[in-house]
Design a protein around this ligand. Structure first.
Ligand code: RIB
Ligand code: CA
Length: 316
């Protein structure tokens, strides 16, 4: 059984990833750390605790992490996920669970230091960067990092170049990409288009179990946005896509190795992920140094396999 630690800015798609991870028999979730991103930190903590409870299996500790990015002001995404981050259903109540004592970055490094864990990140990389800076030796013992983040330039509506998780804290992201632990980056390209769940796929999940109903209902805001934009209900699930890639790398259909860097200075490009593919032309005359591969960039999934993976997770 693979041991994983999850860092999340829990809103509605994170919630599906948490439920699915806790219901995947091949994975053991050692800990969950929360970070501000989609929503302010207190809501991310509450939503993570609710998701652990709704998974209906075991309950790993949930830690409170960073309340905002390293340098810039927090930008949330409540317009996408709802004011509460969970579709503003008004029916989810308060979690019975409480967060575990201790700070998120400290807990993250403690579990990483055990040398058995892989890290799955579903939000801005603030906690991971803090843990790297404070406990580099422990963090070097991480076996792998799977990140939901990044986008091919010009595909993402949020800004002309940047995907939300990277855009919220570009400095943190650059610290993580330059650290040296191998990374699989599951980009927006892998999660949109045909990977979206259409109405039929959502109904199958909803009908499968209480956990399935929770997974779909908490994404109400995103579903209704899609209906308003396209005339039909559907939902993008980036974070569950990143979990699926971690759990089932056989679902990867399109990817390329790269040296990934993060733009932190650009007036229009801040937060962009810049992919330098091995073998790109370097001109030593300009003193170019071949940049070492630091990531596998995933841009396409086996969509049917991804949908089946999610349905299996919520089927009793
Ligand atoms: O761009 C998608 C990512 O930003 C997902 O992790 C979503 O939850 C938001 O955090
Ligand atoms: Ca997220």
């Amino acid at each position: 059984m693979r041991k994983i630690i999850i860092d999340t800015d829990t809103a509605s798609d994170d919630a599906v990833a948490l439920v699915a991870a806790l219901r995947d028999p091949t994975l053991q979730v050692l800990s969950i750390t929360t970070v501000a991103g989609n929503v302010e930190l207190p809501l991310a903590v509450k939503n993570a605790l609710l998701s652990v409870e709704r998974a209906g299996t075991y309950q790993p500790p949930v830690y409170v992490g960073a309340p905002g990015p390293l340098l810039c002001e927090l930008e949330t995404a409540d317009q996408i996920h709802g004011a509460d981050g969970m579709g503003d259903l008004g029916t989810l109540g308060e979690p019975a669970l409480a967060p575990a004592p201790g700070y998120g970055a400290d807990a993250l490094a403690r579990y990483a230091g055990g040398g058995e864990a892989e890290l799955l990140t579903l939000g801005p990389l603030t906690n991971v960067a803090l843990a790297i800076r404070k406990y580099p030796e422990a963090m070097k013992k991480l076996r792998h990092i799977t990140i939901m983040g990044g986008a091919h330039p010009y595909h993402n509506p949020h800004t002309v170049c940047a995907e939300f998780n990277i855009m919220v804290d570009p400095e943190a992201a650059q610290i993580v990409f330059s650290f040296g632990v191998p990374i699989t980056l599951v980009t927006l390209e892998a999660c949109g288009g045909e990977a979206r769940l259409d109405e039929a796929a959502m109904e199958k999940m909803r009908a499968a179990s209480d956990a399935g109903r929770f997974c779909i209902d908490c994404n109400r805001t995103m579903i209704e946005l899609a209906r308003a934009n396209s005339g039909a209900p559907s939902v993008d699930l980036p974070d569950p896509a990143a979990l699926a890639v971690l759990a089932r790398p056989d679902l990867i259909r399109e990817s390329f190795p790269a040296h990934t860097r993060v733009e932190t200075q650009g007036a229009f490009t801040r937060g962009a992920t810049v992919f330098c593919k091995p073998g790109n032309l370097y001109d030593p005359a300009f003193g170019d140094e071949p940049a070492p591969e630091n990531s596998l960039v995933v841009t396409g999934l086996d969509v049917a396999g991804f949908h089946q993976y999610l349905l299996d997770r919520v089927t009793l």
